[in-house]
Each structure stands twice: as C-alpha cells, then as structure tokens.
Design a protein around this ligand. Sequence first.
Ligand SMILES: *Cc1c(COP(=O)(O)O)cnc(C)c1O
Length: 482
Amino acid sequence: MKATVSDCSSRYFEPGVGPAGRDLWQHETQPAQANACRHLPSVQKVLERLGAIPLPRPLVVKVVRTQLALARKSGSIPDQEQLVCQTRSALRDLERSRLQPVLNGTGIIIHTNLGRAPLGAAVLETFSRVGMGYSNLEYDLVTGERGARAEYVERALALLCRAEAATVVNNCAAALVLVLRHFTRRKREVLISRGELVQIGGGFRIPEILEASGARLREVGTTNKTSLQDYAKGIGPETGMLLKIHRSNFSMDGFVESCPTEALATLARRKRLPLVQDLGSGALLASETIPGLEHEPMPGEVLSHGADLVTFSGDKLLGGPQAGVLAGKAKLLSALKREPFFRALRCDKLILSALQATLELYLEGKAEYSLPVLGMLRVSVQELRSRAEKLKSELCELPLQMEIGEGRAQVGGGGLPKSSLASITLDCLPEKLKASELATRLRLGTPPVLGYVRGGRFKLDLRTIFPTQDKLLLEALKNALV
Ligand SMILES: *Cc1c(COP(=O)(O)O)cnc(C)c1O
C-alpha cells in the first residue's frame, strides 16, 4: 500500500520536460486532442494532474489515452478527479507488472511463478562480465576463425552427466520438441505410457507438446500400470521413438507398475529405436543426501541404465539459468544439432555464461555452498529459528501478534512432490487487519513480499527468504502495518 506512484524518486519524470523528448510527447498528444470529447480533459491536462510517475513517458501517455477513450466510450463522463484517480490506479497496476525482485516467503524453493532458481553471485559475476562487452561466443581464439557456440558448456555438461555428449537449448520443453521432431520425422509415432501423459506446469501438457512437434502419440498401458509387454505390443512399423517422462510433480501409490529404464532400453535396442527420458529436474547431486528429500533421478544414472538421451531443465534442481539440457549418445546429439530447428532454440550469451559458471561450481565441488537453490535446501532449522527470533524481537512494537511456527518447505518447480523440508515460519496475526489484508498489503508493497494464509494467520517461510533480505522484510512489515 505504501508503493504509490506519487512516491517520487529521481527516475520520475516531470510532465512536459521528461527524458523521452518533446517530439514524442507532441506526436502522441495531438491526435487525442483533435478527437477529444468536449467535456473530457486533454491528455496533457491529465498528465499534469498525475504528477510524477515512475514509468517511461510513452507508456504513461498510452495509459492516459486508453483511460480517456474508455471514458468517452462509456458515455457517462467522469469528473476530472475520478478520471485522474482511475488513471493513477491503472498506472500502478502497470508498474506492478514490470519485472522486479520479490521476497519469496512461500516456502516453495523452485517457484515457477517467481522465476524458479535464483542465481548465485559467482554466476552473475560471469554473466555481467560476458554480457557487458564482446565475447568469443562463436569465435575460436586458437585458430582465429569462427568457432562453435557452447562448446565448453557442452563438455562440462557431458562430464557432469557422465554422457558421451551434451548440448543445451532454451528450456526443457524446447529440448523435447527438438527431440520429437527429429525422431518422428519419418516414422511418426512416439510411444508413451498412459501413466506419463502429464501436465507439468501451467499450459505445459505432454500430449500437446507431442502434437505441436508433429509427432503422433501412441499411448500404451493404463494410467496406473504399464508393463514392458505393453510397450512391446505397442511398437509398430510407424514407431519412431520411445519416450519416458519422469512423473516429476505427482506420485502414484497403490496398484501401480511402470517399466524400469533398463528393461525398456533393452527393448528399444532390440527394435533399433531411440529411448529418450525426460527427467524434468535432473539433479546433478544426489537429492537424498538432503534430510527430507527423496531420490530424484540423475542424468548420469538414467543414461547408465540404458536411455539414449535425457532431457532436463537448467533452472530447477540444477539451480542455474533457464535452459534445456540434452545429454546422451554422441551420434544422436550431433544429428540433433544439425537440425535446422536447433538454430531456433539456441541459447544466447547471457544464458550460456550463467550456465557455464553454474556448471563450473559443480565441477569444483562448490555448488552446494554457492548455488542459492542448494543452499536453501540445506540450511538447518536451527539457523532459520535463530533468524526468526531476531526478526520477532525487532517487530515487537508493531500492532501484530507474532509467533514462530513450524512449516514445511517444498522443492517446487514440479519436482520431488513427496518431499518436504522442515522449516520455520513467521506467523503474523495483525491486530487491526485480517491476515488476508496483510497479505495483500505486503504483495502490493515495495518490494513485494509473498507468503501464505493458513489457520487465520499470515505466514512467511524463512527458508526461501535470503538472510540478506531480512532488513527489507522488516521494513515491508512495518510499512504494511502503519
Ligand atoms: C519442468 C518439466 C519440463 C519443462 O521444463 P522447462 O524447462 O520449463 O521447459 C518438462 N518435463 C518435465 C518432466 C518437467 O518436470
């Protein structure tokens, strides 16, 4: 609630003399004035009344014009005060849609809506050094000629995945589309268990991805049981590949059966078909060494069980930038990289530099301490509790009852659905507000703070809030409660 657009800073422009220049201003305002309804104020008038707005002027002008057009269309002409008020509210919404840091008190570590894996400082250092200037992105410094993009990253990935070769594209969905297009070009069918036709995130459904890539889906088995025989019976003259999808975001218990990679790989080899396994998260470190976590399939392990290729995300458990990794047989990877479509999916220098730095941390054995995702998974409950106590003591003067609660944090990002980590929450019961009202105020604050309401209390899980953000958190709580 504190984050109103009238809080001025140096970035706020002065009406009429802003940095975007008078030309644009005049160009934007003339037509509107020409058509303006007699009783509506001009664009310029509204802009003057708005005062300082922390957004680029062309965006502000556009919002003002839209609001004026809406008023004109509605027939009932609002008074000037009301119009300015509505416009200000539309501008505030626009400002909140701008990409910005938020404090994540949800306890979901790889939160897809909140940008998944936060990047470590070492990663950002490489990222900004490479991004700020020119780089040898596609230049071979040894020969002085054009070089291959991502060669170093590919080598590092292959080593970490214990694979013959590896490469990287924009995300795991892209990796899957590339694989499907390639292997189902001549023989259109892809064999997949009915138990694995899953939806991963918002709008990411395996059957839709298959269709989008031109492949024909051939379902085998049932929702709860798919045996090797089901796959064997399903293979026909039109089968181009076998696909196994890791049920990353849900689990099935009870009367269930799925076919292990080893058996499926033997069948695939006998039928001379590629077996691709989509892992989703793809842990490079054994997740079960972290208290509370189950085992998440590792790329090297799945390849050693006989899969020809694996695909996984760069920004889930790996803890790096958004990317889709493909690892496995060298012959298959070089064929995939020759696909014209590969060009449309390749990563840019920023992603590659961030991924390079991330992978080097793994190779140097520093990942656990340097990558935020792994750090948040490992931090102890005692450590969280002592932070909570300190925060609580600093908030004792606010109109708020605060208790230190015990919560469960989740890995998130569609991974390890059965796992959860013991965590510590700040449970807030405001004296004059409902918990949901406090949640709204914090969400609309600067920086936005997100938590969850449970049992009538607003809760902030400290596992996903960085210790360096504790000061900001205190400020945000104070601002929301005054
Ligand atoms: C998350 C996930 C994907 C999609 O990965 P993106 O990198 O978001 O494209 C694909 N498959 C599985 C099994 C996943 O869990």
